[in-house]
Design a protein around this ligand. Structure first.
Ligand SMILES: NC(=O)c1ccc[n+]([C@@H]2O[C@H](COP(=O)([O-])OP(=O)(O)OC[C@H]3O[C@@H](n4cnc5c(N)ncnc54)[C@H](O)[C@@H]3O)[C@@H](O)[C@H]2O)c1
Length: 369
């Protein structure tokens, strides 16, 4: 039976989530709320559900809600995630929260802690790896076709250039030098961790180009981050917010190399290429290599990641998966925030090496067989 869902915060992303729930067979969208009630009323009328002006009212009117989907924004796009998430968890509801889990580390740690204490699911909309190329790439790893991880190279950011630069970032970003870092790096860090595991060491440089400086725009829009994973593999992330147009691979590319093969995902949802290492007896000169295997999904629309990720959360909650097996969990999101804060610290220390704080111990559900 479909789980009863209420969505909090109904602007661009909340409306998107509400429409995804409406179409998802595992969701029974019951209500939406927004402090600007007209926003909730508009989507409620479109989708045939109830509208409220606060989560408190929505929970009081619908004690039967099982899942609360938090799509609020706030400073650095994460400043208003804590209160509604904590309120919903306290009321005994499972929570899906948008990324970043919060713009504040202690708040994020408290959210993960409360969900564990209440034995509730806390998921985060780390939607970028709910794609066909990412699924197939993970399968290559499971099938032993990548081997021991050696490196990853990740580039993710909004394409642009100085001629299209505009300083109109809005109140969530204006005056916050690390708004891009906190609001956005949850995504690339989630990808790097999804494929390569926990990060133990971080060095970062961040800056902004002259076009931003001239406009007195404080945002550190360019991030260059070098990491070491627990496995011993190394990784590199480049991210920007509209200051450059990235070449090969487009706005989103991820390459990972191991001792048995490498893969590269281009344009997030579109293309996966597998590069096998030479087999015994094969020898290649410089400039030659085994023939790569290309899978082109024909999909270009990044928007497909939203229904796919939301469905995965609803599936995990419906199937009552052990909490530690929840995909893109609150703990996974906390990891990305720990890395983000470590990167900021490194940047502020001129690129010093920083070790992100350890994550809370992963407890195995007793029911997991
Ligand atoms: N996963 C992704 O790919 C992706 C993409 C873009 C944005 N996001 C995230 O989605 C979130 C929302 O983005 P947006 O652009 O729609 O934000 P927004 O600020 O435009 O809208 C947030 C809405 O929440 C409402 N709100 C705030 N606090 C509330 C509360 N306590 N109770 C009820 N309503 C409340 C506001 O009135 C507003 O209508 C952000 O956290 C952002 O980082 C995720």
């Amino acid at each position: 039976m479909a789980l009863k869902v209420g969505v909090v915060g109904i602007q661009g992303i909340g409306s998107n989530h509400a429409r995804c729930h409406k179409k998802d067979e595992l969701s029974n969208l019951v209500a939406v709320c927004d402090v600007v009630k007209a926003r909730a009323e508009k989507i409620a009328a479109e989708l045939g559900v109830k509208a409220y002006s606060s989560l408190k009212e929505m929970l009081a009117a619908h004690p039967e809600l099982e899942v609360v989907d938090v799509c609020t924004g706030g400073f650095e796009n994460g400043g208003w995630h804590y209160e509604p998430s904590m309120e919903a968890l306290t009321a005994g509801k499972h929570v899906l929260v948008e990324k970043p889990i919060s713009n504040d580390l202690q708040e994020a740690r408290d959210m993960v802690k409360l969900a564990a204490q209440k034995n509730l699911y806390l998921g985060c909309n780390l939607n970028h790896y709910f794609t066909e190329p990412a699924r197939q790439a993970k399968q290559l790893m499971v099938d032993g076709k990548i081997g021991e991880p050696v490196y990853c190279l990740h580039r993710m950011g909004f394409n642009g250039g100085e001629e299209t630069y505009s300083s109109g970032s809005g109140p969530n970003f204006d005056g916050f030098p690390y708004a891009h870092t906190k609001a956005f790096l949850a995504h690339p860090f989630s990808i790097m961790r999804h494929f390569c595991g926990d990060i133990t060491h971080i060095q970062a440089f961040m800056d902004r180009p002259a076009s931003r400086r001239k406009a007195a725009d404080l945002m550190m829009s360019i991030a260059s981050v070098h990491v070491r994973f627990q496995s011993g593999a190394v990784g590199y992330l480049f991210s920007s917010r509209g200051d450059v147009t990235v070449g090969l691979g487009g706005w989103w590319s991820f390459e990972m190399g191991g001792t048995k093969g490498s893969f590269c995902i281009e344009n997030c949802v579109e293309k996966l290429t597998y590069f096998p290492t030479p087999k015994p007896g094969q020898s290649f000169g410089l400039g030659e290599q085994p023939t790569p295997e290309v899978t082109n999904t024909g999909v270009k629309d990044f928007g497909m990641t939203f229904p796919a990720r939301i469905h995965a959360f609803m599936e995990d909650v419906t199937n009552k998966v052990p909490k530690h097996k929840l995909r893109a969990s609150g703990r996974d999101a906390l990891a990305t925030l720990e890395y983000t804060f470590a990167a900021i610290e490194s940047c502020e220390q001129g690129g010093e090496l920083v070790r992100p704080a350890a994550l809370p111990t992963l407890k195995r559900d007793v029911i997991d067989s």
